[in-house]
Ligand binder design. Structure first.
Ligand code: SF4
Length: 359
């Protein structure tokens, strides 16, 4: 038996769908499968599960999702991160509802045309929902294939992508592509783990190149290192007549369409109140302000390409002598829960040692 056949046979013999039951497994509903796949992009199963269940309950069919207000969907997505997924989810739902008469596309190409769906997600949906022969290729699959076959071509290079893609296609079980895709994804998620893979439980250990040549730690290979930029945010919580101000983040930047407090971005967080006050006056003249408490400790949120360091300032706004920016919305504190905020703001708001009973 050649190596490819051994791999496919061993994987399918190992796979027992009932070992890892998940609500989106063993179903054929393409809308539910699509929802689960979008939620699970960049998100662990344990974290995504509740979101999936809540979305299915709130929007049982794609028309329900298409008809939902943007802010409501963003609020439901809150805490999952990578918010462009939620925006694309809505755009794709509306595309299906309005352009395709509510009928979910049934071909790989049709699925790929939906916003936010790349080749991996299209292959997953096409194979799970319609049993179409398209092999999935995600981080789990790259890792398993690189290790078992001993491939050191960088997975993110043009040559690597082609090599892995051809290999993944040749390994696909054409009879049951959906089951095979589930098998390789589950295998990567539970046995061939990124760190400390469970090789002693692996049915392919005898023929695994990485194991036999002690190259597990060096495979898979990636050529590009992600360079992160560091940013510094001062969030101003302007208390005025028992209300505070929030604004929607707009433009092409992180956290698009989420809400935040008025923001001053600076080159560092080392700033005392007089300096910060001066910067506020330069930006928004005419605000009469005093501090209710010194800036908080630094809160941090780490994103794929950025590290955002944040300090929160509770301020009392006693008078406004000029127009406020148009997108500042004045709300009561108890209404803060209605808005979707980035995780770092949520953490601040939930830390009741910091601000509750302040006023
Ligand atoms: S032997 Fe270890 S490294 Fe090789 S495929 Fe199995 S789990 Fe992965």
């Amino acid at each position: 038996m050649n190596k490819e056949r051994f791999f496919q046979r061993s994987l399918m013999a190992w796979y027992k769908p009932s070992d890892r039951p998940l609500p989106w497994k063993s179903i054929q509903n393409p809308y539910h499968i699509w929802l689960s796949e979008i939620i699970l992009q960049q998100t662990r199963v344990e974290q995504g599960m509740n979101y999936y269940l809540r979305f299915v309950e709130a929007y049982p069919c794609i028309q329900d999702l298409a008809a939902a207000p943007d802010d409501e969907v963003m609020k439901r997505w809150e805490g999952l991160g990578y918010y462009s997924r939620a925006r694309n989810l809505l755009a794709a739902a509306r595309y299906v509802a309005n352009e395709l008469n509510g009928v979910f596309p049934e071909s790989y190409e049709g699925i790929l045309a939906m916003k936010g769906v790349g080749s991996y997600t299209a292959a997953a949906i096409a194979s799970f929902a319609f049993n179409l022969p398209h092999a999935v290729l995600d981080g789990n699959v790259f890792r398993v294939l690189a290790r078992f076959f001993g491939i050191s071509t960088p997975q993110d290079s043009t040559t690597g992508k082609k090599q892995f893609s051809q290999l993944a296609d040749s390994l696909l079980d054409q009879e049951v592509p959906g089951l095979y895709n589930q098998a390789i994804m589950d295998f990567g998620a539970t046995v061939c783990l990124p760190r400390n893979p469970k090789c002693q439980q692996c049915p392919m250990i005898d023929q695994c190149v990485a194991f036999n040549e002690k190259r597990i730690a060096e495979l898979p290979v990636k050529s590009k290192k992600i360079v992160k930029t560091t940013r510094f945010f001062h969030y101003l919580i302007l208390n005025h007549q028992e209300q505070v101000y929030v604004q929607k983040r707009e433009g092409k930047d992180i956290w698009q369409d989420l809400y935040q407090f008025p923001l001053l971005e600076t080159a560092s967080l080392e700033m005392e109140w007089p300096d910060l006050h001066q910067r506020i006056q330069e930006n928004w003249m005419g605000l009469k302000l005093s501090t209710l408490r010194a800036g908080t400790q630094v809160f941090q949120q780490i994103l794929t390409h950025q590290v955002v360091n944040v300090r929160f300032w509770e301020l009392e706004l006693s008078a406004i002598e000029s127009n406020l920016p148009e997108n500042w919305i004045q709300i009561r504190r108890e209404e803060l829960g209605l808005y979707a905020f980035p995780r770092v703001i949520d953490r601040y708001l939930k830390d009741d040692t910091l601000y509750l009973n302040l006023l």
